[in-house]
Design a protein. Structure first.
Length: 127
């Protein structure tokens, strides 16, 4: 807690007995996986601003990680809808569409270069 670099109330830094007395009534009886965390991180650790958390039951949205001035929310757990596999006819249709698109693109490029070649040959005949 003190080594974390967060603000700790001076009364607790000066006296462990004071720290223990302030938290004695609110300390859970189960010691498994618990830790003390500030309610508001900007205010640090003080008697009115701390609460016990348990690793297994910590609310997901309660504690967000702050890195480089950005707040990262926990990832959403939505499932992606599964698509049915394509049938052979659908695959063939998609392949034909892709083939036609490639043909059109090649034809457009050919027409472009043909116009460019003709315009340059016309300019050289004039000059």
């Amino acid at each position: 807690m003190i080594g974390s670099g967060e603000y700790v109330w001076s009364g607790w830094r000066d006296s462990f007995e004071r720290f223990q007395a302030d938290l004695w009534d609110m300390t859970p009886t189960s010691s498994a996986g618990r830790y003390l965390a500030p309610k508001d991180r900007e205010l640090g650790f003080s008697p009115d601003n701390v609460e016990w958390h348990f690793r297994k039951t910590r609310p997901i949205g309660k504690m967000t990680k702050v890195r480089k001035n950005k707040i990262h929310a926990p990832p959403s757990r939505t499932k992606k809808a599964k698509r049915a596999p394509l049938t052979a006819a659908e695959k063939k249709s998609l392949a034909e569409i892709a083939k036609e698109q490639r043909r059109r693109k090649l034809a457009e490029e050919f027409e472009y270069w043909d116009r460019k070649r003709n315009s340059s040959s016309d300019a050289s005949k004039r000059g």
